[in-house]
Design a protein around this ligand. Structure first.
Ligand code: 5GP
Length: 193
């Protein structure tokens, strides 16, 4: 998606450890118009498949999952990272190892929101090694839901998560695919011969 690639070039910052900081438009300050366009793009790709729900992980996936759900006309569910007093005890839970924080954390979702009647589109802001997607898929499987595919804003192709899920037959649709970082910036997959 050219709009997202241009924005990454303009406002993204590369940090040590192959981390791309996008806090100007996704991870802290959020650009609503960009989120609307990303939601439309995800919805266009996954439309007509009988998707009943868009599922993401709080916090950074929420803005784009919401616009995708709006475009598909279905609810959005965000999986919680911390247990809150208002969260019911009747939850599915799993564990995710955080790429950026290097810690393992619990994720939870109320059992009412993922059911065997659901066909789920999983959305996240980044795909690196695939740990977050494994955790989200695990919750969907516990709920008996079918996984329609994965919509990712920024995939760091060199970290292998996307390859693993595609080899398992999943539709992984990424709006910006980064082949590698250089000292000068980002090289997208379609720019590499
Ligand atoms: P994975 O679980 O695929 O290894 O990493 C994906 C998760 O880690 C995303 O949900 C995202 O929060 C975080 N993440 C991975 N790489 C990056 C990155 O380069 N920049 C930012 N801001 N977050 C990242």
């Amino acid at each position: 998606m050219k709009l997202l690639e241009d924005r990454i070039r303009k406002d993204g910052r590369i940090l040590p450890g192959n981390i791309l900081k996008v806090d100007q438009f996704v991870n802290h300050q959020v650009d609503p118009e960009l989120m609307i366009e990303m939601g439309k793009d995800f919805a266009e790709h996954f439309k007509g498949q009988g998707i009943t729900k868009v599922v993401t992980l709080e916090v950074s996936g929420i803005s784009m999952a919401l616009t995708t759900a709006l475009a598909l006309g279905v609810p959005m569910v965000f999986v919680k990272k911390i247990s809150s007093k208002t969260l019911s005890n009747d939850t599915y839970h799993s564990k995710v190892f955080s790429y950026t924080k290097k810690i393992e954390y619990d994720i939870r979702v109320d059992k009412r929101f993922i059911t065997p009647e659901d066909k789920v589109l999983i959305i996240d802001d980044f795909l690196a090694n695939g740990q977050a997607l494994h955790g989200l898929s695990d919750l969907c499987r516990q709920g008996g839901a079918e996984i329609a595919g994965f919509g990712i804003a920024i995939e760091k192709v060199f970290q292998g998560g996307g390859k693993e899920f595609r080899e398992q037959g999943y539709d992984v649709y990424s709006l910006a695919m980064i082949d590698h970082f250089t000292e000068d910036g980002v090289v997208f997959s379609h720019e590499v011969a």
